[in-house]
Design a protein around this ligand. Structure first.
Ligand SMILES: Cc1cc2nc3c(=O)[nH]c(=O)nc-3n(C[C@H](O)[C@H](O)[C@H](O)COP(=O)(O)OP(=O)(O)OC[C@H]3O[C@@H](n4cnc5c(N)ncnc54)[C@H](O)[C@@H]3O)c2cc1C
Length: 500
């Protein structure tokens, strides 16, 4: 955390030098805005479409560096470990259908979160299936705090073409939108009367799901979000700024039947950011020598809940640290070579999925797991549901070992990629359900209806997941605190390092 807060401003300046743009004030400094849950306005942004500027800056910089080789459509499957040290990685070259062994003494995973666990109640890309988490676990690394998934309260549920889209949900926070249940009640008054719709993501998500579970939801499984109490000119100004001409990611909202000037829209929470992840130290190093992690695949920086706006800058700070440390480690570790017999065994595990003529269909396993996750391991959890989830998810994970891929073509076999992802997703689903069942309290994004209070004496702990003989094991360790204050920043804790 210290490395992150200390280095984030520098990382943003580096990104700007690569070509990313941020909104500036008249005196040329970064415009800093107040986000939900923040005490001070300190989020920098580009017209609330900040992520695209990160991509623009980084893509341009990669293009300027001739020593970087970019491999497109390379799906990373596993890390090879020899004597506790990384020896390389296994990837599937999707276009040719060939498995490729990459000899390397250092590997950095930046494979993002695992939001697909809750599909279709999800706003992130559907390839975020926890591949890096599961591969790191198989390699001998540990996962931490896997029970903490953040839900964004206002993903669209209708029309289907816009399912999961959250930007329009910004009408709640940035335009002053109100939330209603099917009886027309502004239900936030019951849950957070002081902040109402300006409440935090976890409180708002909890309130919405409670309304739905108690039968006060909208026809398609959400609640209503409306700005129609505002002047039409106010709404129009917001639209002109945020999605000009009602155009949004290739969709025209009016053509999709969405006119927020006239009607309320149906929204519900969607999985948005994963606080849990691969356990690493301040150098982004994992328990496996040579394996580093950066970005959302890591655990730690955001604790049990992330406040808005931190995730993108975290990727830049950790990416710089992990890349630098991995390069330094690789230079000292010397040449690595993956053992051929080990490589053949690993490839055999995955090519068997195509060679089999019968076995479970990956899509059936995946959709059943996702349904269980949403119903029992989602925004509102309880012990009874979690117990059922753990048992069934363990059975599905067992079945996934025999997946049969029906499509037998070698090139661009999407079903094979999805089968490997499903195997990973099931590891993550069971891990999350187990950790959520064990944590008999409510903390951050983890809400247990049957244990609704935070319980520091028992549960001020990190959940640690390991994999041994295919068993997912869970233990708890006391949280190692690092206190920060403006004065404290001058005298950092002993283990905090100057990272960049
Ligand atoms: C809709 C939305 C809006 C957001 N808005 C904000 C915001 O305004 N501010 C903010 O701070 N944060 C925001 N976040 C969070 C932030 O975008 C993410 O935390 C951040 O992008 C994570 O970056 P990352 O590089 O770690 O992972 P990602 O950006 O998720 O990238 C991971 C990459 O790894 C690839 N990958 C995965 N598995 C494999 C594999 N097996 N082999 C090869 N490649 C693989 C994926 O295809 C992907 O390209 C938002 C998130 C969402 C979903």
């Amino acid at each position: 955390m210290y490395a992150y807060t200390r280095n984030a401003p520098r990382a943003m300046l580096a990104l700007e030098s690569y070509g990313a743009k941020f909104n500036k004030t008249e005196d040329g400094t970064f415009e800093q805005v107040l986000m939900p849950g923040h005490t001070y306005p300190r989020a920098i942004h580009y017209h609330f479409r900040t992520g695209s500027q990160f991509k623009k800056g980084l893509t341009a910089e990669v293009g300027r560096r001739p020593n970087i080789t970019v491999k497109e459509d390379f799906f990373v499957v596993d890390v090879f470990v020899d004597g506790g040290k990384v020896a390389g990685a296994l990837a599937l070259d999707i276009c040719s259908g060939k498995f490729v062994v990459v000899d390397s003494s250092a590997v950095v995973f930046a494979t993002g979160g695992a939001m697909e666990l809750f599909h279709p109640h999800c706003d992130a890309s559907n390839d975020l299936t926890g591949d890096g988490h599961a591969a790191a676990l198989r390699a001998g690394a540990e996962l931490a705090d896997v029970e903490f998934m953040q839900f964004f309260p206002t993903g669209m549920v209708w029309p289907p073409a816009l399912n999961g889209v959250i930007w329009i949900g910004e009408l709640r926070y940035h335009c002053g939108g109100w939330l209603y249940n099917k009886y027309g009640e502004r239900f936030m008054a019951k849950y957070d009367p002081a902040r109402m719709e300006l409440s935090t993501r976890d409180m708002t998500s909890r309130a919405i799901v409670t309304e739905i579970l108690e039968g006060r939801g909208s026809p398609h499984g959400g609640v209503w979000l409306s700005v129609t109490h505002l002047g039409r000119n106010q709404i129009q100004a917001f639209i002109d700024e945020t999605f000009p001409n009602f155009s949004f990611r290739g969709y025209n909202l009016l053509e999709a039947g969405v006119d927020v000037r006239e009607d309320a829209i149906e929204i519900a929470p969607v999985s948005h950011f994963y606080m849990g992840g691969v356990r690493c130290d301040a150098d982004c190093a994992t328990a496996v020598r040579g394996l580093y992690v950066a970005g959302e695949v890591t655990a730690g920086v955001n604790g049990a809940n992330r406040i808005e706006g931190n995730a993108l800058s975290e990727t830049q700070v950790q990416g710089t640290i992990a890349g630098g440390r991995a390069a330094r480690y690789a230079a000292g570790a010397g040449t690595a070579k993956v053992d051929e017999a080990q490589a053949r065994r690993e490839v055999g595990t995955y090519s068997a999925m195509i060679e089999r003529t019968e076995g479970p269909n990956q899509l059936a396993l995946r959709t059943e797991a996702q349904d269980i996750m949403w119903r029992h391991v989602g925004v509102v959890r309880n012990g009874e549901g979690l117990e059922k989830a753990v048992a069934r998810l363990a059975s599905l994970r067992g079945q996934a070992e025999g997946i049969c891929v029906r499509c037998k073509v070698a090139q661009a076999n999407r079903e094979l990629v999805e089968a490997i992802e499903t195997r990973n997703l099931l590891v993550m689903a069971e891990s999350m359900a187990k950790a959520a069942l064990a944590r008999e309290e409510t903390r951050g994004s983890h809400y247990r209806r049957d244990c609704a209070n935070e319980d520091d004496p028992r549960w001020l702990v990190n959940s640690i997941v390991t994999l041994a003989d295919s068993e997912i094991a869970l233990r708890h360790e006391p949280v190692d605190f690092c206190y920060l204050s403006p004065e404290g920043a001058e005298t950092p804790p002993a283990d905090a390092r100057e990272a960049l």
